[in-house]
Design a protein around this ligand. Structure first.
Ligand SMILES: Nc1ncnc2c1ncn2[C@@H]1O[C@H](COP(=O)(O)OP(=O)(O)OP(=O)(O)O)[C@@H](O)[C@H]1O
Ligand SMILES: [Mg+2]
Length: 351
């Protein structure tokens, strides 16, 4: 079994540097998820691990073996892409066994491996069908099956579910979690989807512009972000950010017309701060002067979109029967223990 180590890896395309010295340890058997905005380098980093992109500087080790200059086929990895690219003229069975057949593995061994992958992925009844006669989710399962039969030490997934509709995504997410449990291999997974990242990952890596912003277990990142970027990226709807100023031993927050005294050491009087408030930690209070622009009722919860007198926008999650409606004037109650403070200049979190 194998972990993956990135040792100050750098990627340049000509003069353009897209990965800026990334250090990362993915433990053996761990499910590691890369998240970050479009263009931050998630796919590039994954492709560097796969050997599909050359690593400009630094080293990549898989299971302790330096694979920085190794061919993709010699790295013990298998990659699953967003577009599954199955061979249309081959059956499910033939698609899954193709790689092994090309490498001259004996027929009996191929049959055994395909049938094992088919069992894991519940594809038994589709083995004789061609891809055209499968749903999107079934096709993606075949693509994953193709990876499984190769018996890789490390699975690499690049947004494997993003072509599927919402319901299938949920189903496949559960399948992938089960697959990880069953085969226990190291997995590195790229996604845009908050819920996928939070539910699948043992470890989330938040990337921005080719740098790692923070690495941690999903709930650790949610509860304890290092900076404004991570705070705003993890959690849905995103954390609210409003301006604040250190004043008289507390933080004055004009948007809410209040001064809070959070349990952290504050910088000097007059320092500009960013106050972070999660929608789920706010409560409506009577007698305020924020306007309700819009409410979204999702059933169990509603989201109220507010504008403060300062012009700053906030989202508040509401539960229970009494909910605000468009045009209401409301106040917002905050729990000082549950707010996040960031230095406005550095965007680092104060703890
Ligand atoms: N061949 C190339 N030449 C120059 N720049 C490139 C090349 N390939 C990718 N890039 C740049 O590298 C950066 C990272 O791209 P990458 O595909 O890794 O992003 P990503 O995080 O996977 O984004 P997305 O979420 O949109 O898939 C982008 O800014 C992209 O424009
Ligand atoms: Mg990508």
């Amino acid at each position: 079994m194998s972990g993956v180590t990135l040792d100050t890896v750098v990627k340049r395309y000509g003069d353009t540097q897209v990965i800026h010295g990334v250090d990362l340890q993915v433990e053996d058997g761990e499910f590691c998820v890369f998240v970050g905005p479009s263009g931050c380098g998630k796919s590039t980093l994954l492709r560097m691990i796969a050997g599909l992109e050359e690593t400009t500087e630094g080293a990549i080790r898989i299971g302790g073996r330096d694979v920085t200059r190794a061919e993709p086929a010699d790295r013990g990895v298998a990659m699953v892409f967003q577009t599954y690219a199955l061979y249309p003229h081959m059956t499910v069975e033939e698609n899954m066994g193709f790689g092994l057949r090309m490498n001259g593995h004996p027929k009996a061994e191929i049959r055994e491996k395909v049938s094992e992958a088919s069992r894991i992925l519940k594809l038994d009844e589709y083995l004789k069908r061609k891809p055209a006669a499968l749903s999107g989710g079934q096709r993606q399962r075949v693509a994953i099956g193709r990876a499984i039969v190769r018996g890789p030490e490390v699975f690499l997934f690049d947004e494997p579910l993003s072509n599927l509709d919402a319901e299938l995504r949920v189903e496949m997410r559960v399948e992938i979690a089960r697959l990880h449990k069953e085969i226990g291999a190291t997995m590195v997974y790229v996604t845009h989807d908050q819920v996928e990242a939070m539910t699948l990952a043992d470890k989330i890596v938040v990337l921005r512009a080719g740098h790692i912003e923070q690495v941690g277990a999903p709930l650790d990142l949610y509860r304890d972000p290092d900076n404004r970027f991570v705070a705003g990226f993890i959690g849905s709807p995103a954390m609210n950010f409003v301006a604040g100023t250190v004043r008289g031993g507390g933080v004055h927050v004009p948007a809410l017309g209040t001064t809070v005294s959070p349990p952290v050491a504050l910088p000097s009087e007059g320092t500009n701060m960013i106050v972070g408030l999660r929608p789920e930690h706010l409560e409506m209070a009577p007698g305020g002067d924020l306007g309700v622009d819009l409410t979204e009722a999702l059933g169990g919860v509603s989201y109220a979109y507010l504008t403060a007198p300062t012009g700053e926008k906030l989202i508040v999650e509401e539960r229970g029967d009494v909910r605000s409606s468009e045009g209401d004037r409301v106040g917002v109650a905050i729990d000082p223990a549950r707010l996040y403070l960031f230095d406005a200049a550095t965007e680092r979190r104060l703890r």
